[in-house]
Design a protein around this ligand. Structure first.
Ligand code: 6LW
Length: 528
């Protein structure tokens, strides 16, 4: 990667933490975490690690992940994607509650179909998978041990087992490996072979402001490893950089022999470096080798502020994702095609409410990630036979909803933040927007949530994030219903490991989604 070429950061905007990457036949393939959302574990491809395209998901069928019963923050954590013996392998922790544990999926084509998955006998999180020249398969993880007496899990640092990839059975007892330089939560291990050395790269310091990437090397996949003299390889802790929480990386040798690291980071909005609306996103930095050690540059934001627009394909006419759904559509603990019916009305997605709202663990909601700092998320709904609206959610405790329908003659916005809720109401606008006025406003009601970021500057002493406006479209344009403090929908406040996701939902009856689009733009900032 040419040194002065500005890298496109974030490489994958919107909540996409824990990136892993491999290079096969001229394509880079990336996978990221998806937690309680389905389909699970998005897979991307790229020719150059600049333009990245979402090509599918690993978990598109029931039973591949135990997500339907996981608590918030559980589900598909950090994956590792590798290519070995002509097949793609992806290992991922399916965490908490009904999660299956560490699962190994395989596929011939990374766009799918992926296997049902084999549960590995490997107790820990963030599994890595690597092979030596004898074809022994090493699974390296952030290990746990079950205390038989107390039933508690104890952290063991970085551990490793060898496994049988067909059965998932461990072929050896866990051994403990180099576990970093003393930071908390040694995790995210990845093994690499380069020249005469094996490298063990990990994350430590926790996934918040203390996050970092550190590295060690040794003569075999099991070490013994000794740490690099210049650790940490990457960290933003104690800095005023625009990208914070940098850590959890994966190294890749590029087509031209140069190296890069993909890693997670956040774009917090306040001068206190807190409140990231999109949670943890995927970034990329160039890596150079000196005396057998890799050196990475700090993560910098590029200066692209191009407007972005994504019109969700509701009709299945454009390149179809899983089951003909736009691949960007996700749902909470269910597949979008379990929540929405694409066949009921041409060009629309039909949601049927079960009498619950966005506070539910599996709401009748489909959404897309917020991917730029400035956002306009807009939908048009037919609410004549039901009640529902548009929501921007972080988790079931934290969401901004705009709702209409039923017998109500109003449009109500409500902001929910744990035990606090506040709501505002306006009368339904007189006429439908684009529709036939005789059908009334509920035939095609346009709702919009706008995120207006505060500008972060060196001398800008605000502890803010953005303002969220809830709007409904009337005959003369958008009408403000409420404007609320976006900090309550940010990573420092909410429970999940995710970021903001917005889209339509049904509370009761039938709600037809006639349009859903996201527009946005990142903002200028004094600090890169
Ligand atoms: C992941 C751990 C982490 O498993 O957060 O940043 C956890 N790192 O490595 C969930 O993403």
């Amino acid at each position: 990667m040419a040194e002065n070429d500005a890298l496109p950061n974030p490489l994958i905007p919107g909540f996409h933490p824990d990136p892993s990457v491999c290079f096969v036949d001229g394509w880079y393939y990336l996978a990221t975490s998806s937690f309680e959302y389905l389909p699970g574990i998005p897979v991307f491809r790229s020719r150059d690690l600049r333009e990245v395209e979402l090509i599918g998901h690993v978990a598109v069928r029931e039973g591949q992940l135990g997500v339907p019963g996981v608590p918030t923050g559980g589900g598909a954590w950090a994956p590792t994607i590798r290519h070995h013996d002509g097949r793609f392998h992806l290992v991922v922790p399916d965490m908490l509650g009904t999660g299956r544990g560490n699962v190994l999926f395989t596929a011939d084509d990374p766009a799918g179909t992926w296997s049902d998955g084999v549960v590995m006998e490997a107790l820990g999180i963030d599994p890595d998978i690597a092979w030596d020249e004898d074809r022994t398969c090493y699974v390296t993880m952030s290990g746990f041990m079950l205390d038989d007496e107390t039933g508690e899990l104890n952290h063991l640092g970085i551990t490793q087992v060898t496994i049988d990839t067909e059965t998932g059975k461990a072929l050896s007892e866990p051994i403990r490996l180099w576990s970093g330089t003393g930071g908390m939560f040694p995790e995210a291990p990845h093994l690499y072979r380069r020249g005469e050395h094996w490298y063990l790269m990990i994350a430590e310091g926790g996934t918040e402001r203390g996050h970092s990437v550190t590295i060690a090397r040794g003569p075999s996949p099991s070490g013994p490893f000794s740490g690099a003299p210049h650790n940490p390889l990457v960290t933003a802790r104690g800095t005023d950089r625009a990208v914070q929480n940098t850590g959890h990386g994966d190294l890749i040798e590029m087509a031209d022999g140069s190296w890069a690291m993909v890693l997670l980071g956040t774009r917090p909005r306040s001068t206190t470096r807190a409140f990231a609306p999109m949670g943890r996103e995927t970034f990329i930095v160039p890596v150079t080798w000196v005396d057998g050690w890799p050196y990475a540059e700090p993560v910098r934001l590029d200066d692209r502020h191009a407007p972005h627009e994504h019109v969700v394909d509701l009709g299945g006419a454009a390149p179809a994702g899983e089951q003909g759904f736009d691949p960007e559509l996700i749902a909470v603990r269910r597949f979008p095609w379990e929540v929405a019916d694409a066949a009921a009305r041409p060009g629309a997605l039909r949601l049927t409410g079960r009498g619950v709202g966005m506070e539910d663990l599996a709401p009748d909601f489909i959404g897309i990630r917020q991917s730029t700092e400035g956002l306009e998320l807009e939908c048009e709904l037919d609410l004549r036979a039901g009640a529902g609206g548009l929501s921007l959610r972080f988790d079931e405790h934290s969401h901004l909803d705009i709702e209409a329908g039923g017998a109500e003659g109003t449009v109500r916005a409500s902001m929910h933040t744990y035990s606090l809720a506040q709501s505002w109401e306006v009368l339904l606008p007189d006429a439908g927007t684009d529709g036939d006025a005789t059908d009334g406003p509920l035939a095609r009601l346009a709702l919009r949530i706008v995120a207006e970021p505060f500008v972060v500057g060196a001398l800008n002493m605000n502890a803010s994030c953005d303002t969220l406006r809830a709007q409904v479209r009337g005959a003369d344009g958008w009408i403000d219903i409420a404007s609320v403090d976006g900090r309550f929908l940010s990573s420092d406040v909410c429970e999940s490991f995710t970021g903001r996701v917005g889209g339509p939902y049904a509370r009761e009856g039938v709600v037809d989604v006639l349009a859903l689009r996201r527009r946005g733009q990142d903002i200028e900032r004094a600090i890169r």
